[in-house]
Design a protein around this ligand. Sequence first.
Ligand SMILES: [Mn+2]
Length: 462
Amino acid sequence: MRLLHLGDLHIGKKVNGYSMIDDQRAVLAEIVELARARNVDATLIAGDIYDKDQPSAEAARLYDEFLTALHEAGIAILAVPGNHDSASRVSVLSSILSSNGVSIAKPFGGEVERCELHDEHGAVNVYLLPFINPAIARTALPDSEIKTYPEALRTVIGTIDLDASARNVLVAHQFVIGSGEAELSESEMRTIGTLDEVPSDIFSAFDYVALGHLHKPQWVIEDKIRYCGSPLKYSFSEVSPSKTVTIVELGGKGDISFEMPELHPLHDMLELEGTIAEMRDYAQAHPESASCYVRVTLTKEDLQAFAKLKDIFPLLMRLDFKATESRRSASTRSISSNELTSVNPLEMFQMFFKEINGREMSGAELKIISEVCLDEAEGGAPDEAPQAHDLRLRPLCQQRNRRFPRAGRGGHLLDQRANRFGQILDLRRDLLRAVWQGQRQRPHGRFVQERPLHRSRARNQR
Ligand SMILES: [Mn+2]
């Protein structure tokens, strides 16, 4: 029997503002072709089918097309919801679908669903465990005293009456830790710390455990417990190695082998560092880079860097400046309200500039920005509310959000200051525009964590 192990499809995902839907359509079509060509009997989908618990119509349509194509190829489908999925939504109609070879685990209700597949060696039991956390497990098993992830998984797996003489496969979406170090990437949603980790010995009774959750393909226990990885690179931390799928070949009991064919994305991901001139040279020497999602780290400031790079790499996804290393450490610094209310806009910009560029402003730069600040003062800046710095900056951020609706709502204080001055600079289209563009390329949302605004919010709540 041949099983195709997939996971972390994240259908509908956006990466740095780019919709991945075309990339996903292409890679899922490649997967269907692969499954046909290798005569796969069943596809296991180990959670995170969608990226969101309320997927878009476009995402739902692609999921429909993918499952339909597998079904039409005569391939059984066995899927579990991941932590990104709404278990209730992805398992809708599952009782009807299961009679058609499509089994999608319902929200965990105290029992791990079992499906039976057959080949010349007999039955293969495939257990479908949707993503669970201690609260889900405790609710489903009210007599238990589950507090931790390991307790939850141990208890839940313990409810399975396993026939040790048969071949047993588990499909799950959890963070399972073996003896080695797990390879994480930025596109996973982690619980803080290591609370969600569970030891691999809990699963030792299974012949194979098909896991989802970690996006890099990797073994937890060689030839036994595996993360197949996401089919596409969903963050720049996944630039290498290439993405693969896992094909599991089950012979009789104890006879298992694997194959990991490589996938070919519509657009690969590329990380480059250097000057604009070096980027030009690179693009010339590597014409395929024109169809890659690119992250550039510029080692030298440059006017209109973003526009220039976009010319070189049409799918430029992210632009950073080398000086950002100092910025990054500086930006996690908390800024007191005192500090903010006691400095004037010019001083504030000087602080900001230094954090971004790791140096003081030159005389010429200072002159430009002084004029800009003066202009703004004459143009009538909003009244300053001295007690709360974020309140004071809010009107400016709102103005900026109207002007750049795609830039998302501000993340942290440094962003807000950048917004404010970026707006001014944008009017001037002047020397420091490059700085602002660097800021506009900041990743938003999940990638931006541990930033001062969060801290100051927490402080306000206390
Ligand atoms: Mn995932």
